[in-house]
Design a protein around this ligand. Structure first.
Ligand code: IMP
Length: 191
């Protein structure tokens, strides 16, 4: 079964590819010839996920799903949230984003945070919104070399290592996208 994942982000495509069982063939926006970046103008993860999936559904007439994800820090009232990629500016610089998190959390004892991922799905004339969430905390040094984005400064609850130290195999079992992907597979299997 071919599934279109409405993203150009190759990290996410690779991650989802590993998470989906064999019968599912994942196609990215590049694979369907949709080259322009779909602007993420929403104010919530839900809005952004919907606008990306809607774009593909209405422009190409294809069933698809999209994801929008971000880091939500409790002490920062859920920031950077939907602005995670461009927290420190529109250049989307990971190092600058991490520095800004540390600066914003300076002197804050409780660094509880979560990664949240929202999937929006167009499937056989119906739409679905799915959500995965993994709770943890922010640390004040970068640890590990795996993953991307905020992975080197996020320790998921129940673990002593950051996502970047835990590596793809463990991250892909417990991550926000892994949880949302399980729901996606259940949805496909139920139809
Ligand atoms: P988007 O879903 O591509 O818009 O992701 C927004 C941003 O959230 C990314 O650029 C990262 O900074 C952050 N992010 C989302 N998921 C992860 C993750 O699994 N690890 C680290 N950072 C993430």
């Amino acid at each position: 079964m071919k599934i279109i994942f409405a993203t150009h982000n190759q990290n996410k495509v690779k991650e989802l590819h590993r998470l989906l069982p064999d019968p599912y063939e994942l196609l990215s926006l590049n694979d369907i010839g949709c080259l322009p970046e779909i602007e993420e103008t929403g104010k919530t993860l839900e809005e952004n996920a919907k606008l990306k999936a809607d774009y593909v559904r209405y422009k190409y007439g294809l069933d698809c799903f999209s994801d929008d994800s971000g880091l939500e820090v409790d002490a920062l009232n859920g920031a950077p949230g939907v602005y995670s990629a461009r927290y420190a500016g529109k250049e989307k610089n990971n190092d600058a984003n991490i520095q800004k998190i540390w600066k914003s959390l300076k002197g804050v004892p409780d660094t509880a945070a979560c990664f949240r991922s929202v999937f929006y799905v167009h499937l056989r004339g119906k739409t679905y919104s799915l959500e995965g969430r993994v709770a943890g905390k922010i640390v004040f040094e970068k640890r590990g070399f795996g993953g991307f984005g905020y992975d080197p400064i996020f320790i998921p609850n129940g673990h002593k290592k950051t996502f970047a130290e835990l590596g793809d195999e463990i991250k892909n079992k417990i991550s926000h996208r892994a949880i949302a992907t399980k729901q996606l597979i259940e949805l496909f299997n139920s139809i």
